[in-house]
Design a protein around this ligand. Sequence first.
Ligand code: WT7
Length: 631
Amino acid sequence: MNHYHITSEEQYRKAYKESVKNPADFWSDIATNFKWRKKWDSVLEYDFSIPEIAWFKGAQLNITENCIDRHLPERGTKTALLFEPNNPNEPAQHITYQELHDKVCQMANVLKQKGVKKGDRICLYLPMIPELAIAILACARIGAIHSVVFAGFSAVALAARINDSNCSIVITSDGAFRGNKTINLKEIVDKALQECKSVRTVLLVNRINNNCSITDGRDEWLQPLLDTAETSCVPEIMNAEDPLFILYTSGSTGTPKGMVHTTAGYMVYSAFTFKNVFQYEEDDVYWCTADIGWITGHSYIVYGPLANGATSVLFEGVPSYPDYGRFWEIVQKHAVTLFYTAPTAIRALAKQGKEWTEKYNLSSLKTLGSVGEPINEEAWEWYDDHVGKNRCPIVDTWWQTETGGILISSLAGVTKQIPTFATLPMPGIQPCLMDDNGTEISFWKAEGRLCIKFPWPSIARTIWGNHERYKNTYFTAYTNTYFTGDGALRDADGNYRITGRVDDVVIVSGHNLGTAPIEDAINEHPMVAESALVGFPHDIKGNALYGFVTLKGGEGTAALKKEINALISEKIGPIAKLDKIQFTSGLPKTRSGKIMRRILRKIATNEIDALGDISTLLNPEVVEQIISEKK
Ligand code: WT7
């Protein structure tokens, strides 16, 4: 039986069972819903101990044929991308599947003219405008590997990402509109490229009519090139395991990790989960508010929806511009049926009161989704009451950049929802909980470290240029198991509730921030000796960052705090700024010199009674001092 669309709880249970009993049959059935140039020789070959994972080996395809061409006979005039600009007075753009096809081919042809070959890395540093989705698909059309860098990252962060994967071309824009601000993106790119030897060409989208500087022989406006390019481009035939894209995510230590996703498995899984989690139907208008610079946008604005022939809304702006009614105005204007956002946005909007949700007609909505961090009960209730009017299922979707698609979630209106629980694994996903000794917990009701025992089609295959790090980060903590870095609770019925990161990653406003690179940025300040960062609860952002900083000398002033945050903005981006900075004379350390972040975390969250035994520290006296000086 083909389970591509699961429509009842019973069917979910059956599909799940089959997917575990016989993964190869299950996924090859699902895969028949796509267009293949050549069928696979084997569905799955894997060995987590190497680690090595291959899905649909031997198969050939092009993902853009699946996301665009195959829809043309029936959906040529259907809107594929619905672009809603930052400025509500600028008209929305309905880009049909046929137009998307033509635009993607034109962009692909321009890239080819610029010498791009299969396997080349192309960096996309763009605001949320149609060109970003088009550039992604254009790369995929010709087999180039896209590396999208979120346009909120700084020049230093951008340069590090470009250099890590040796991108030859950067596609960017003269600038970006964001609420009442304009951002000079080109200036950031210019600064970044001073450090990047590999980039030979910069293609520029004109978005804000900014008279930006042009470096001769390197920079070129894109539009004139597109205007003369052919609207057809033969798709490059890709092998199932050819890389589709690289997307950087922060790790608990060191440089960002370039997660590599490959073609066939990623396509099958992102499409399958989109269909089932949201219970997508042909006439839906689907809107995911994430930025395409994150995995959520890759899988659930671009690839998953388009693979299903859906209409996907692309919003350039922010929820607060021109006022806090903007999201709801857009829902009304485009009669959005499926709405997917983050808890941090829900909390920020809830704070503005219900007048905004009441001002607009939200009756088109059928299903609501949440992603990026645990959703607290209060936010869940507000979402349910004021947005869904208690008649829309809410799917709390747990997943990661590394997983490529949603791993744990209810299926809208099909399986049970439980506030604050992501609930049940998708078919094919075999979660387990590990105890402190690294043994799998065998009973249902338990709390532990969340791992996945078996590969799924869209798991990242490696870290670009560093397979050893891939192995160490995900496959060494527990034998033959993928470690997620999250903690979770499981109830007696097998429902999962994600409790948060158990490593040195802090999720701030749904953004995954590794503490180490931020500490490195702080430590570059000439007055700073050492620093340690921890997360602490914040009523809108979920978590905020608390920095404990020791100085080489001089005084810890308010001005210095500003300088530290400016440095973080410069090295990483404004999203990584600290909410609190406490200057201290020392940091608690083990006898081997390791900073005890666990203790600092307790101090930051006011759990002073739960510090545990600190007598074995190298410098227990410093703990008392930090507590007494905390404001
Ligand atoms: C981390 C992954 C998933 C795409 C966006 C973030 C946290 C994500 C949930 C959720 C609880 C969640 C986890 C995860 N997270 N979704 N529904 N409930 N926590 O991708 O930047 O790779 O971050 O986000 O801690 O490990 P990411």
